[in-house]
Design a protein around this ligand. Sequence first.
Ligand SMILES: Nc1ncnc2c1ncn2[C@@H]1O[C@H](COP(=O)(O)OP(=O)(O)OP(=O)(O)O)[C@@H](O)[C@H]1O
Ligand SMILES: [Mg+2]
Ligand SMILES: [Zn+2]
Length: 146
Amino acid sequence: MYQALYRQYRPKTFDEVLGQEHITTTLKNQIQKGNIGHAYLFSGTKGTGKTSTAKIFSRAVNCLNPVEGNPCNECEICKGILDESIMDIIEMDAASNNSVDDIRELRDKVVYPPARAKYKIYIVDEVHMLSKGAFNALLKTLEVTP
Ligand SMILES: Nc1ncnc2c1ncn2[C@@H]1O[C@H](COP(=O)(O)OP(=O)(O)OP(=O)(O)O)[C@@H](O)[C@H]1O
Ligand SMILES: [Mg+2]
Ligand SMILES: [Zn+2]
C-alpha cells in the first residue's frame, strides 16, 4: 500500500524525535516516574514533531513494557494503538471537527473509562483551527482536575 513519505518515516519513539530533547526528556522522565499531566499542549513550527510526539506519548503512557520512558511498540497495547484496533486513543482533526457539537461530544464521552488501555487519550490535532465556541467548550475539559 502506498504511504506518503512523511507517514512512512514518522518517528515511533521519543529517541527518534530529533532536536527536541528538552521536550522528549521531560516526557520520558514523567512517564518513568508515573507523574503525568492530564493535558498537554504542543506548540511550535510546522513539521517539528508535535503530532508525532503526541502519538508516541499516547503509547508510552499505556505501554506494558516501556523502555526508559519510550513505548516498546511491541506489546499488545502498543501494537493495538499502532494498528488502530484499540479505540482508547482518539485522534481528532480540529481542522475538520471544529464545531461546538464535536467538542461537546468529546466532553460527553471523556468521562467514560478506557476499554483496553490504561489511559484514554484524545489527540486534538490542529487545535488552532477550532472555532471560538468550540475552543471555549474544550477549555472546560482541559481545566477539570482529574
Ligand atoms: N523532531 C523530528 N524528528 C524526526 N522527524 C521529524 C521531526 N519532526 C518532524 N519530523 C518528520 O516530519 C514528519 C511530520 O512531523 P509531525 O507531523 O509530527 O510534525 P508537526 O509538528 O505535527 O507538523 P504540523 O505543524 O504540520 O502539524 C514526521 O513524520 C517525521 O518524518
Ligand atoms: Mg501536526
Ligand atoms: Zn509497548
